[in-house]
Write a protein that binds this ligand. Sequence first.
Ligand SMILES: *Cc1c(COP(=O)(O)O)cnc(C)c1O
Length: 461
Amino acid sequence: MKYVSTRGTAPELKFEEAMLTGLARDGGLYVPETVPTMSHDEIAALAGQSYEDVAFTVMRPFIGAEFPDGQLKSCIRHAYEGFGHSVRAPMVQLGPNHFLLELFHGPTLAFKDFAMQLIGQLFQGALERRGEKVTIVGATSGDTGSAAIEAFRGLDNVDVFILFPDGRVSEVQRRQMTTPSEGNVHALAVEGDFDDCQAKLKDMFNDFEFRDEVRLAGVNSINWARVLAQVVYYFTSAVALGAPHREVSFTVPTGNFGDIFAGYIARAMGLPIRDLVIATNQNDILHRTLETGAYTKAGVTPSISPSMDIQVSSNFERVLFDAYGRDGAVVAEQMADLASGGFTISQGAIDFLRGQFKSGRASEDETMATIKTTYDTTGEVICPHTAVGVKVANEHLSEVPMVTLATAHPAKFPAAVKDACGRDAALPPRMSDLFEREERVTKVPNDLVALETLIRSKRRA
Ligand SMILES: *Cc1c(COP(=O)(O)O)cnc(C)c1O
């Protein structure tokens, strides 16, 4: 299996190289050259299998011979053993034909654990075999950073530095980043906002001397291995509801387009998905793009679903590449236009996108109201991101079962949940001592030299 860049000029890479590289050298994102498909019978055979067994079958064709079967199986087993539910991604029912896929039973209580836990194992396996070490630096508005620290803590070949905006993440999110005690993970509180953290990260990748010296690696959602890990739960849930013998629809609370792009890949592999519905909060650039055909940046307005507060949705580039018949030059042109505000999608490409996706948005009031109604009618307490999904899913119900992705545990966003439905969302027992654990955090100025000096001095040689 080869991986090609969405901008058409970076070298083709194997799975492992694409994973360790992250962003392609031409600024594009890696995608598989062709998507392997599964037959009706192969999908039917997944019924009743464990999450781990389905994960192996679904991901195996995408992953090169660098990872032999035995090693891949062991990476998958270790990745999910810390989850608080033996099913890993269980479902509950919200209405006659509406199901909630709970993706928050991992160690940091958000769906990002599914991918991050696995790539922690895959990175360690690849680096040990190659005799290499890397320094992972990431920027986070909350969930990605905690998932990365949790996934890489204690690994020998990896040092991890997470930049988060000081004072602007929830207390649960901060404590998940600052309480792990392993010496290879470092939470850095940057004097600035999330955009400052992202800008400094980019500057580090562009400082080639620094980049090569510390062997910088990235694990944000442009990393193909993260998308791949998320394809699996589309299969487990659809098969549980009768696929491939009947169709299933999905609604996905969306920010950076990684999670819903995984659903698009599942469909391309042959899973009979009827509707793939993009659900956005008030930062509705993806919904507007599908409606108008123009991708136009507007300012970000902070919301109660902060993990979806973005205006540049990185993984959208991957689907745009397909919409333009895999013409990397056109994608590169559109991305250059994005830097100066936005771009207009061609008629052919927008027709393709409208054929693949539906969309909807939820305002802040609608999100709050959905938390309350869901609690009143089902007793389920849902997080604000999930509520955005449930609101939009309700507008797309049909005779086909609808699965809404529950992307985080309500206890990660206790204030919004309490405001909406009057309930305290309790942390699961396995992390009920989170507020007693000792915190370890380094405050850093919003300054490239200071950050690089700190990383050089703290990383293990
Ligand atoms: C990251 C995140 C999202 C958005 O997922 P994307 O893959 O970026 O679209 C939604 N909800 C929660 C809780 C998240 O952490």
